[in-house]
Design a binder for this molecule. Structure first.
Ligand code: C2E
Ligand code: CA
Ligand code: CA
Ligand code: CA
Length: 274
C-alpha cells in the first residue's frame, strides 16, 4: 500500500489490476457486439411428460472474436451495469419473435413456445411494455407463444409497477414465468397478486432433490403452491433420471436440463424436433 494524498491509501494489486483491465476490455468489446452481430441465441428444449418438446428457453451467448463463446454469467451482469442490457434485451426479443413467426408457418413447429429472460434494468425501462408490444406487432406473432422469465427479486423490487406492466402485457396474451423460483422471498400473498402462468423451480433445488431433505421439502412446497394457485410448474437443471422421476412423482411434469439437452444453436435444436 502506498500513501496517496492526505486520506487515501491506494493498493497496487496486480491481480486486481488484471481483472479491472479484463472488465474494461470486455466492456469495450460488448459495445460493438450488437453491431458486429456477435450475439447468438441458444435454445434449450423444454420437455413435457411424454417427452415432447413444447418449446425452449433462449439463452444468449457472446461469440467473441478472440475468446470464443462467452457465457452470459460473465457478460450479462456487466451489460446490466452499463445499461447495454437494454438494447441487447431488445435484440433478444426481436430475434425470438422472428423465430416464432417462422415456426408459425409449419405444422411441425407452430405449437412451440419460446421463453426469454428479462433483466431488471430492461423491465424497469418506462417504455418496456411499449417496446414489447411493438416487437410483437411488427413480427406479427401469436403472443401466446412468447413467455417472459422474470426473477423474484425483479418482481418484488417495485411490485406495483411490476403488476401494472405484467397486466398490460398479459392483456395481449404474453405469458410469464417466475424464474429461479424459491431463491427469493416472494410470499404466497405476493404471488397471488401477480399475473403469472408458471413457476420455474431453480436448479439449485433440483440438484439434491432426493438427497437433501431441505430441498425435497422446498420442491414439494413449490409444486403444491403452483397447484393451489392454478399455475404451471417447470423444473430447470434436470440432469438425471432420478431427479425427473422424483419431480414427476410429486406433480411436476415439465422439465428442462442436460438430461434432455444442453442449450443448442438453432439448427441443433430444430434437429431434435420430430
Ligand atoms: P438461468 O435463466 O437460470 O438459465 C439457466 C442456466 O442453467 C443456463 O445457463 C443453462 O445453460 C444452465 N443449465 C441448463 N440446464 C442445466 C443442467 O441440467 N445443469 C446445469 N448445471 N445447468 C443447466 P447459461 O446459459 O450460462 O445462462 C446463465 C444465466 O444468464 C441465465 O440463468 C440467465 O440468468 C442469464 N441469461 C441468459 N440469457 C439471457 C438473456 O438473453 N437475457 C438476460 N437478461 N439474461 C440471460
Ligand atoms: Ca431463465
Ligand atoms: Ca436458474
Ligand atoms: Ca437466473
Amino acid at each position: 500500500a502506498k500513501k496517496a494524498g492526505r486520506n487515501t491509501i491506494r493498493f497496487f494489486d496486480p491481480a486486481m489490476q488484471a481483472s479491472i483491465n479484463a472488465r474494461v476490455k470486455l466492456e469495450a468489446d460488448l459495445h460493438g457486439a450488437l453491431a458486429n452481430k456477435q450475439f447468438q441465441l441458444y435454445y434449450q428444449p423444454q420437455v413435457s411428460q411424454g417427452l415432447d418438446i413444447i418449446g425452449a428457453e433462449v439463452l444468449i451467448r457472446f461469440q467473441h472474436p478472440e475468446r470464443g463463446l462467452i457465457s452470459p454469467a460473465e457478460f450479462i451482469p456487466l451489460a446490466e451495469d452499463i445499461g447495454l442490457i437494454v438494447p441487447i434485451g431488445r435484440w433478444v426479443l426481436e430475434t425470438v419473435c422472428r423465430q416464432l413467426k417462422i415456426w408459425e408457418s409449419s405444422a411441425h413447429t407452430q405449437h412451440l413456445q419460446l421463453a426469454a429472460n428479462v433483466s431488471a434494468r430492461q423491465f424497469r425501462q418506462t417504455d418496456f411494455v411499449d417496446v414489447v408490444r411493438q416487437i410483437i406487432r411488427e413480427s406479427d406473432i401469436n403472443p401466446n407463444r412468447l413467455k417472459l422469465e422474470l426473477t423474484e427479486s425483479l418482481v418484488l423490487d417495485d411490485i406495483d409497477e411490476t403488476i401494472r406492466k405484467m397486466h398490460a402485457l398479459r392483456e395481449i396474451g404474453v405469458r410469464f414465468s417466475m424464474d429461479d423460483f424459491g431463491t427469493g422471498n416472494s410470499s404466497l400473498s405476493n404471488l397471488r397478486k401477480l399475473p403469472i402462468d408458471q413457476l420455474k423451480i431453480d436448479q439449485s433445488f433440483v440438484r439434491d432433490i432426493s438427497i437433501d431433505p431441505d430441498d425435497t421439502v422446498i420442491v414439494q412446497t413449490i409444486i403444491a403452491m403452483a397447484n393451489n394457485l392454478g399455475l404451471d410448474v417447470i423444473a430447470e437443471g434436470v440432469e438425471t433420471e432420478a431427479q425427473r422421476q422424483f419431480l414427476e412423482n410429486h406433480g411436476c411434469h415439465t422439465f428442462q436440463g442436460y438430461l434432455y439437452s444442453k442449450p443448442l444453436p438453432l439448427d441443433g435444436f430444430e434437429r431434435l424436433l420430430p
